[in-house]
Design a protein around this ligand. Structure first.
Ligand SMILES: Cc1ncc(COP(=O)(O)O)c(C=O)c1O
Length: 398
């Protein structure tokens, strides 16, 4: 029995209706929705140009290749030490070297460490707003321009949030959005969507042509079924995901490498994104409220911190910081027994070094808590009390 489940997406009837239209019309890979999504994104993100792809990191790979052609003597791409590992593997796959920059307690780039790293003539900086916690991206844009370093405004986890009146994702040379699970707009898993925003006009001909040359994404039906089964309906389907995988394999619906290809967004996923877009403000408002509930609930607990919280701030996930020395695995087991799901954050995708030390220390204490739109103030009090109890049980045993 799960009382408080993690939420990976906030779907309404509109998303399911869009799926039905694509399936019944036989338009899973190609169709009108892709073109309509492109128009919607171009309108919302103007004057940036928007290209809807299968992943955010497909767009990152195309952008890095374009940067490299312009400054072939540079090889290093700066990233925060706390980062989604697919960003680092994309940089390596482009033949470039990802260099970690220290982060602060909010899991975002530490500005002092960044200033120093920019002085070493890297090719580019990938600057994510981690879990939607906003960076001072205007200041970073100014610094990157002065240092002649390409800037990727990585808004993979945020859509529809502004900084200094400009949408996150529109700063620097290019921006990224992702539509994968646990982001702001969610269409599915494994290549369900991402956007390359081209903010620097002189890059647009080249990047626009590179995006247009990609095929539409394959293998979407199986990914959709797995997403619904293992994420959206997990409360009802429980641990039966293996059965579904075997069935999809038997039917030949799961090409092994479909998730890894570079592609444009499929018509199916574009339709889902379009169906969700009108609710974007509501999704953001609901998450702001949940974050505020956690903040209030934690006023009764001294030991647990919520380092990314600020009043009125949208966060894509609620990541709590437990006291030093906490046993995350033991806490999670105890929470699970109480019907409360939790998750770890990212593993640090770099060997131990000075720049990664603080990120590693934070990662070993961070726990993601249920933060879907259905989580009430009372739920957050219940969750935080159980978490506090799990911590004190652990400390009384040590
Ligand atoms: C900050 C950040 N950037 C980029 C990505 C890559 O997104 P995608 O999986 O759509 O390539 C992610 C994915 O989690 C992310 O969190």
């Amino acid at each position: 029995m799960t009382r408080h489940a993690l939420s990976y997406a906030d779907w309404s009837g509109a998303e399911y209706r869009s799926v039905a239209r694509s399936l019944l019309g036989g338009r899973v890979r190609q169709g009108r929705a892709s073109a309509q999504l492109a128009l919607r994104l171009d309108a919302d993100y103007a004057p940036s140009r928007a290209y809807a792809l299968n992943y955010a990191h497909t767009g990152l790979a195309l952008a890095l290749a374009a940067f490299k052609r312009r400054r072939p003597q540079r090889n290093v791409v700066l990233v925060p030490a706390y980062i989604c590992p697919s960003v680092v593997s994309t940089i390596s796959a482009c033949g470039l070297q990802a260099q970690p920059v220290a982060v602060g307690d909010d899991l975002n780039l530490d500005m002092r460490a960044l200033r120093e790293a920019l002085g070493q003539a890297p090719l580019a900086l990938v600057a994510p707003h981690m879990f939607a916690c906003p960076l001072p991206i205007d200041e970073i844009e100014t610094q990157c321009r002065a240092a002649e370093v390409f800037l990727v405004d990585d808004a993979a986890q945020v859509a529809g949030v502004r900084h200094q009146g400009r949408l996150l994702g529109t700063f620097g040379d290019v921006g990224l959005l992702s539509f994968a699970q646990s982001k702001t707009i969610v269409t599915g898993i494994r290549g369900s969507g991402g956007v390359l925003l081209v903010n620097e006009p002189s890059l647009d001909d080249e990047l626009g042509a590179a995006c247009a040359a990609l095929p539409p994404s394959p293998g979407r039906l199986a990914a959709l079924l797995e997403f619904c089964w293992n994420y959206l309906w997990a409360d009802r389907t429980g641990a039966s995901g293996d059965h579904l995988e075997r069935l999809l394999d038997t039917l030949g619906l799961r090409p092994a490498d479909a998730g890894e290809v570079q592609a444009r967004i499929s018509n199916l996923d574009a339709g889902i994104a379009l169906a969700q877009w009108p609710r974007l403000e509501g999704i953001i408002a609901a998450r702001r409220t949940v974050a505020a509930h956690y903040h209030a609930a934690l006023q009764e607990q001294d030991a647990i911190r919520f380092p990314q919280f600020a009043p009125g701030r949208y966060l894509a996930r609620v990541m709590l910081l437990l006291p030093e020395g906490s046993d995350l695995a033991a806490c999670r087991t105890q929470l699970r027994r109480q019907g409360i799901q939790s998750r770890l954050g990212y593993r640090i995708p770099f060997p131990d070094q000075a720049a990664t030390r603080h990120a590693q220390a934070l990662a070993s204490r961070l726990l993601g808590m249920p933060s879907g739109a259905d989580i009430s103030a009372e739920d957050t009090r219940d969750i935080c009390q159980h978490l506090s109890q799990a911590l004190s049980d652990f400390h009384s045993k040590v």
